[in-house]
Design a protein. Sequence first.
Length: 250
Amino acid sequence: MHYEYPEAFARFYDVMYRHLRDAVDHEFYMHHITKTKGRILEVGVGTGRFFRDALANGADIYGIDISGAMLEVLKSNLEASHHHRISRQSIVDFSFDGKFDLIIAPFRVMMHLPDKEEQLAALNNVYRHLNTGGVFIFDAFVPDLNQLLHPHDRTTDFDGEYQPGKKLRRSVSTDPDLINQTIHVTFLLEWDENGKNNQEVWKVPLRFFFRYELEHLVERSKFSHSKILGDFYGNDLKRGSREFIVFCAK
Ligand SMILES: C[S@@+](CC[C@H](N)C(=O)[O-])C[C@H]1O[C@@H](n2cnc3c(N)ncnc32)[C@H](O)[C@@H]1O
């Protein structure tokens, strides 16, 4: 079951996430992109938060995503000569003729896969598409027990403007399910347009991982070498880490 990012979410994604996320992960992924000499694939490329900068830096990068709305936003910001680099495919069963030296799935893409067989299929599919010596990098958040116990109820996480004088606000509510390791997230977007207040609600489940589950998952896959770091600055996983940054090498 796939939950596609809807239209308004795609439309305002860059405004919100350049603000909420770039300071956390942009330098890290751009570092791995720029040091790669060969072909790169970004899985869950979205609106191209990394992809567009990677192309501007001369990377030979391709992108896939399951959301038509996200890809439309990305394409509208790309020169037509680059459109062939983008396709609508899932991490679980994408296919390309050639292989890649780096595959990345930045910002919770793997957490969109609820089911362990899909997660395993995704890892093995990525493995198949890597050259020997190639690397797959993805991230997930470390579950915050406090937030699992005290869910959000319409917490505002963005309150700004999408254009001068035009307001955009997002709030988030969560409904955590510990047994299925899933947080059911409800986003409410509100924005000013044509003199009225517009709204879009989007519900999406996010599958959270614990440390040893992630290790077992990768060990069950075809990847035989992996390492999990605890932040985007290269530090090992330790008590108090907020991120799982998973490196899988072929
Ligand atoms: C939080 S966004 C991250 C987008 C981009 N990588 C970034 O960092 O800004 C997650 C993206 O993963 C995509 N996605 C979700 N499930 C997917 C799947 N099965 N295969 C490929 N992409 C998927 C979503 O459509 C969305 O664009």
